[in-house]
Every structure is written in structure tokens, then in C-alpha cells.
Design a protein around this ligand. Structure first.
Ligand code: BES
Ligand code: MG
Ligand code: ZN
Length: 492
């Protein structure tokens, strides 16, 4: 959405077997007893083709497993059967259709998707899966691929829901994956401002470096000061009425570790250390487009953590926006400093009822839950359940870890001079991150989501990730999850 516009979607009357175009037709096919279910349009296709599908089923050539594809030409068209397994949950459709999208996206300009027989939820999820699977970031390539157009036959897709969601995820992916030389903090702020200026109920305010210094945002200022590309705080306000909720996103355009520099292999993916803020931007976009009844704030702490004569040093004592004095125990624990200022601002200046942060905060969260599952921290049982329900619905996986009071004393004890250190103990690092941040929420309802694994994606995750994730790129994790949470909070 900064670089990548989702494919257009249109409903087309008529049967794909009868109309002339598009030439590529995708048909989801369910599976029973290890065989494709041959009914409805698949049956028709079988008949017209002289038993092609049923014969393929007999020989085991196509079983309609989720993610299995079967392509054949017929009457001047190409038919692509997309297995959706049992077809009994949203993920079957999301993943099955995403696989088909990946197959066609860089080869065809127009495709049809047949949706007869799918209920309202599955139609939407099939289309979302397809569109997310079709994401392709070629803005930085010299040669661009033609844009894909999608039409669908039968079924009902609620485009008023599907489009905002897909655009939100595209926006999150564009930001998370952007190279830091293109999207340095001030540039990112500008792009967000431009983009959101098209939405009538949204204001964007950018706090530049001078203002951050003047107003005492010590966390953001100290982390970002070592780069010639100075840090900013971006505030996006969507005025939907209702509850006041603040979303805070860690937006490290690059995290080299600072003076305590990372080993080089740990640094390669750190362009995506902005995945939290990327998701927050995507959520604000989707929430505004969906017209959710929430007074929603998005706060992005945007900085580059790098080495320089101006960089902050371990043993510094820095004064945060809320006055807390933090001992710097490690310059690579920078994310919590950047977002702590924003969390405190959300609590004290904005006065939000609920504060939710998304952050690629700790390697320890990835150690605990692997690359596909985010860590959920909150003391509020109701919010915890809301997140878990949202996770079930959207397929964005999350699992709770404890805000463990037993570990709290170490943050204070580690402070040689100030009030609190930015690092805790050697083990359980994700928990220290959560406890540190909680201190800045000043008693407001607080949820911290450590997305270090699924926020970044790629690597080991690519071969086991859902098909609608973009391979080696950051997947825009969190947009669907939090939109679903917000929908529940708006009506509760
Ligand atoms: N951005 C990293 C966390 C991270 C690591 C995200 C791997 C995704 C994949 C964060 O800023 C960091 O460096 N955290 C340190 C904290 C430590 C110094 C207390 C970590 O996890 O090692
Ligand atoms: Mg770091
Ligand atoms: Zn980081």
C-alpha cells in the first residue's frame, strides 16, 4: 500500500464454464475419504472433460489435499483445482486459495475464482487467502510484473470487509519489508502521512527529533541518536467514537544492536524490526476503512539503532518521557526504550482505556514459541481470552506467557544508579521485556504482544508457514489478529 496495491476484485455473473474470460479459472475442491469431492461445478467440469477429474481421483493423481493443486487445459481455458482438504474451517480455504494464488500471480493478468457452495465466512476467507497469497513486492525490482485482476463467480464476498483487511496487511508487509535506506524514520513518517491523508476521519501527527528532545522522549531520542537518520514518533488518530484504545508499535527501521553490536548473522533480518509499527499502521488503515466504532490511536516509535560516536552507551542513565530513570544495561534492548515512551504517552497524555503494543522485542520469545507463534502478555483475563478467540478466528497464532512478578525485582536490582535497568536475567528474556514495558502503562489495561517470531517470518518459518505468508518476507502478522480483537471490543 506504500509500494504494493492489492489485486482488484469484481463479481462476474455467469458460469466460468460458459463465459469467455478470464482464461484461468481457480476452483476450490474439498476432500472426502482421500478423494476429491466431485459435485457442483467440479462435476460439470468432470462431465465436460470426459471424466478427467474422476479418473485423476481414481489414480490418486489429485486427492484435493489442502494445498494440492491440479492444473489442466480445457476448451481454451486453464482450470486450476485447488485442494482445500476437509474444507471445514477458514484456514482450509485461506491456505488452499493462497497456494493457488502463488501459482498464478506472476504468470497471468486476470484470473477467475469460483466460489459456489461456500458459506459467507468461507467465501470471505477464501478471497482473503487468495489476495494475501498474491502479495508480491516488486517495487524494488527493475522489471515489474503486470498487476493481477481477480473476478469471482457465484458465492458472496463481502468486499467492504475483505478489502480493508487485505489493504491493511499489504501496508504492514510493505513497511516491514522495506529496505531501511528507502524507509528511514522521517521518510516512513511522510509516507504514512501522505497515505492516511485520503481518510477523512484520520489525523496524522509527526513528532520530529527536535520536538522529541524538547518534550523529553528520552527513550526514543537515545536509541535513535546514533543514526544520521534521526528518530520520530508518529501518532495516527482514527476518530471512530467509542472506547479509547491505543496501539503502540516498535518500529526499528534497523536494529544493528547499537554500540553492543549484534553478530552479523543475527543482524540480517533486522530491517523487519519495524514489524510492530508496520502492523499498527495496517490496523489503523483497516479500522478506519471498516469504520470500527473506536477512538483509536496508533503510536509508532521509529528509530534506527546503530553504532556511532553519538550513539547511547551501556551504563548511560537516561530519563524517559514519564520521568523514569533507566540504566542502560544493554544497547541492544532498545525496543522497550522506544515503545516505553509511547506507552507512557498513551497512558498519561492520551488517557487510553486499553493499551496494546506489538513489538519484535526479544529473541527469547522466538526461543519459547518458535517462529510462527507470538507471545501474549497481559494481566487482564478478559483481554487474554479476547486475543485467544481472535487468534482462533484469524489463524494468527498466539500463546500466553506470564507477567511473572517473581522476576520483577531483577529489573530494579540490575540498575546500578537509576530506577530500573532495561535488562533482566539471562533466562526468560521475553518476560523481562514485558515487565519493563508494563511499568510504563501506569495502571491502564495493558497487553504486550511479542511478535519477534511471526513478525519477521522468513528463515526456518518459510517452509512451514501458512501459504498466505509471503515466503521469505515479513507476513504483516498482527493486523488480522488485532482487527478481530478491536471488533470484539467495539461491540462489548
Ligand atoms: N529486535 C531484537 C529482538 C529480536 C531478535 C527480534 C530476533 C527478532 C528476532 C531486540 O531488539 C533485541 O535485540 N533483543 C535482545 C534483548 C537483550 C539484549 C536483553 C535479545 O533478544 O537478545
Ligand atoms: Mg535490539
Ligand atoms: Zn530490536
Amino acid at each position: 500500500m506504500i509500494y504494493t496495491v492489492p489485486p482488484s476484485v469484481l463479481k462476474l455473473d455467469g458460469d466460468p464454464l460458459e463465459v469467455d474470460k478470464p482464461k484461468v479459472v481457480i476452483i476450490p475442491v474439498k476432500q472426502r475419504a482421500d478423494k476429491p469431492v466431485i459435485e457442483g461445478i467440479v462435476k460439470k467440469l468432470d462431465e465436460v472433460s470426459g471424466g478427467l477429474v474422476s479418473k485423476s481421483a481414481e489414480t490418486g493423481l489429485f486427492k484435493a489435499k489442502r494445498g494440492e493443486l491440479y492444473t489442466f487445459p480445457l476448451n481454451g481455458k486453464i482450470f486450476l483445482l485447488a485442494g482445500v482438504g476437509k474444507g471445514e474451517n477458514a484456514d482450509d480455504y485461506r491456505r488452499g486459495l493462497a497456494k493457488a494464488a502463488k501459482q498464478v500471480v506472476d504468470k497471468h493478468e486476470e484470473v477467475a475464482v469460483e466460489l459456489s457452495g461456500l458459506n459467507a465466512e468461507f467465501s470471505n476467507e477464501a478471497m482473503i487467502g487468495f489476495l494475501l497469497g498474491a502479495y508480491m513486492l516488486d517495487h524494488f525490482k527493475s522489471e515489474k510484473k503486470a498487476k493481477l485482476r481477480v473476478v469471482y463467480h457465484h458465492g458472496e464476498v463481502n468486499l467492504d470487509y475483505v478489502k480493508p483487511i487485505v489493504e491493511g496487511v499489504y501496508l504492514a508487509r510493505d513497511i516491514a519489508n522495506a529496505p531501511p535506506n528507502d524507509l528511514y524514520p522521517e521518510r516512513l513518517a511522510e509516507k504514512i502521512k501522505d497515505l492516511f491523508s485520503s481518510l477523512p476521519n484520520v489525523d496524522v501527527e509527526v513528532f520530529n527529533y527536535d520536538r522529541l528532545v524538547k518534550e523529553g522522549f528520552g527513550g526514543i531520542v537515545n536509541v535513535g541518536r546514533g543514526s544520521k537518520y534521526k528518530p520520530v514518533l508518529v501518532k495516527i488518530h482514527y476518530k471512530g467514537g467509542g472506547k479509547k484504545i491505543a496501539l503502540v508499535g516498535k518500529t526499528l527501521v534497523f536494529d544493528a544492536g547499537g554500540i553492543q553490536v549484534k553478530p552479523s548473522h543475527s543482524m540480517t533480518d533486522m530491517y523487519a524490526d519495524k514489524a510492530g509499527g508496520a502492523a499498527v499502521a495496517g490496523i489503523l488503515w483497516a479500522a478506519a476503512k471498516l469504520g470500527l466504532q473506536i477512538d483509536l490511536y496508533g503510536l509508532l516509535g521509529v528509530a534506527i539503532n546503530t553504532l556511532d560516536g553519538e550513539s547511547y552507551l551501556p551504563s548511560y542513565v537516561i530519563k524517559m518521557w514519564d520521568g523514569t530513570k533507566v540504566d542502560i544495561g544493554h544497547t541492544d534492548a532498545e525496543g522497550r526504550l522506544v515503545i516505553a515512551d509511547a506507552i507512557a504517552y498513551a497512558a498519561k497524555e492520551i488517557g487510553a482505556d486499553v493499551i496494546i503494543d506489538l513489538a519484535t522485542l526479544t529473541g527469547a520469545a522466538v526461543v519459547a514459541l518458535g517462529p510462527l507463534i507470538a507471545a501474549l502478555f497481559t494481566r487482564d483475563k478478559q483481554l487474554e481470552n479476547t486475543f485467544r478467540d481472535a487468534s482462533e478466528e484469524t489463524g494468527e497464532l498466539i500463546w500466553p506467557l506470564p507477567m511473572a512478578d517473581v522476576y520483577k525485582p531483577l529489573l530494579t536490582k540490575n540498575a546500578r544508579l537509576g530506577d530500573i535497568s532495561n535488562v533482566g536475567g539471562r533466562w526468560g528474556g521475553a518476560i523481562y521485556g514485558a515487565l519493563f514495558l508494563e511499568k510504563f502503562s501506569h495502571g491502564k489495561k495493558f497487553v504486550h504482544v511479542d511478535i519477534a517470531g511471526p513478525g519477521i517470518g522468513g528463515g526456518e518459518a518459510s517452509s512451514i508457514a501458512p501459504e498466505y505468508w509471503p515466503g521469505r518476507h515479513a507476513p504483516g502478522y498482527g493486523v488480522r489478529l488485532v482487527i478481530s480483537v478491536l471488533q470484539k471490543l467495539a461491540t462489548s
